[in-house]
Ligand binder design. Sequence first.
Ligand code: AP5
Length: 214
Amino acid sequence: MRLILLGPPGSGKGTQAARLEAECGLCHVSTGDILRQAVADGTSLGRAAKARMDKGQLVPDEVVVGIVEEKLQRPECRKGFVLDGFPRTTGQADALGAILRDFSAPIDRVVALQVDEEVVVARLSGRRTCEECQAMYHVRLSPPQAPDVCDRCGGRLAQRDDDREEVIRRRLAVYEESTRPLLDYYAAGGKLVRLPAGGPPDEVHAALKAAVGL
Ligand code: AP5
């Protein structure tokens, strides 16, 4: 299964992609996670991306396309993958189509997770992520057992630099302008499924698997 998860910031792409990886063995490809790791490692990619990410702006297409192409060539992605946060522009979607044509491995389904803006702001402003293992929590909706400590590995939980309310609003505006047009792009190819995603994670997960036939 080759799957794209589309949706605004906070719609649950990362949460659902991680569960599909754990349960169904799909390779989870998150451009946001790869860029944040590059920032943490202080690589030239990370230094170039950080200023844009902190402002809620997109990193240039050629940078993220290169990252995804490299990742999709790895053996673990050959048996199936779920793309989380990519593509985000029609330029990225065209590039992805060309890469997958070379692999003779077209996308099977594109799922657009649909959530209201105020739900997104509430989810993201309460999100905390483990600095060690990247496990995700929410201060109110899915809190850790001890404040700011990861249940899984004991690492410190931190707030993402781009999860401040003014940056969240900017990311939503960028989504509307640059990424929402991809819904029509993939609908035209008959691959798009629109999925209400405002319910609890288990409910969304069950609906998602049913929608894609997993
Ligand atoms: P990225 O990391 O991709 O951020 P995003 O798309 O804004 O998505 P988020 O990670 O914020 O949300 P999500 O939909 O994954 O939701 P999540 O599951 O985490 O990108 C960050 C930045 O990197 C971009 O702004 C850009 O600068 C750059 N970038 C990345 N990709 C790029 C690209 N292709 N091109 C150019 N630039 C790129 O959930 C959020 C919270 O809600 C969590 O706390 C979670 O626990 C909670 N939650 C999830 N689901 C539910 C639910 N059903 N009910 C209750 N709570 C829930």
